[in-house]
Write a protein that binds this ligand. Structure first.
Ligand SMILES: *Cc1c(COP(=O)(O)O)cnc(C)c1O
Length: 238
């Protein structure tokens, strides 16, 4: 597919493809949300996406959420943390983020709860689950998911759990990628059957620029798209 040259044109192209994939999967129109991932891009790129109607943006560093939310203070953007979060950065997320999708361990949940209570805020949250065996990937071991959800239900009233998030294996094998997405959906279904009070599991955040077709086919309700909207990232500049 040819890449148009502006953020708004690429956004429109991605949105059209999401709609087509949703239809092809036999799913209701509008059942897959787009989360643009603005990590490594400046607030100018974010503003272009906002002009095209986007409000929520994914970032993978607490410091970038802090800096960008300050820079765009009156713009109405909502920041979604999607990267690994150290507990000593919990305050920035409690203060500046609207949501975290990389909640993956009790110590982090406790640190966020403490900071959220201090700030008088609450956060939408997705639990990040590790569905691949790659050593570099963060996320909770699926075997600990039920215990973790029960812990969140008991201990962290300021975190509103709404579903699960995963990153698929980073490999050319499309079947292996798709298996990660299927795994997340099956885990969600199994947890939903447990009906843990206070824990919502409607949302499945899965799919990135290179694999969101497979994720939508497996039931994704939210795709996190960076490079297909904002262009290639140059990590040397951050
Ligand atoms: C960077 C990132 C994305 C987006 O990746 P692209 O390949 O640029 O679409 C999605 N999810 C997470 C957790 C990321 O870190």
């Amino acid at each position: 597919m040819t890449q148009p040259s502006t953020v708004s044109a690429r956004l429109a192209q991605v949105q059209e493809r999401i709609e087509a994939l949703t239809r092809a999967a036999g799913r209701p129109a509008g059942s897959v949300t787009l989360l643009p991932v603005s990590k490594t891009f400046g607030t100018d790129a974010v503003q272009q996406a906002m002009a095209a109607g986007m409000r929520r943006f994914g970032e993978n560093k607490a410091q970038d959420i802090r800096d960008k939310s300050r820079e765009l203070a009156d713009g109405g953007a909502q920041w979604v943390m999607i990267g690994h979060l150290q507990t000593n950065k919990a305050r920035d997320i409690a203060r500046y983020a609207h949501e975290i999708q990389s909640l993956d361990r009790p110590e982090l949940a406790e640190a966020l709860e403490r900071r959220l209570q201090q700030e008088g805020r609450s956060l939408d949250a997705l639990v990040q689950v590790k569905t691949s065996t790659e050593p570099s990937k963060f996320g909770l071991d699926p075997a600990g998911l039920e215990d973790f959800l029960s812990f969140l239900a008991r201990e962290t009233p300021s975190l509103r759990v709404q579903g699960l998030m995963t990153m698929a294996v980073n490999a050319p094998d499309r079947d292996a990628v798709r298996a990660c997405f299927r795994r997340l959906r099956e885990l969600r279904d199994a947890m939903q059957a447990k009906a843990i009070p206070g824990i919502g599991l409607e949302r499945l955040s899965m799919g990135m620029s290179g694999d969101y077709d497979l994720a939508i086919a497996e039931g994704s309700t939210e795709v996190r798209i960076g490079s297909a909207i904002f262009g290639d990232r140059s990590y040397t500049s951050v």
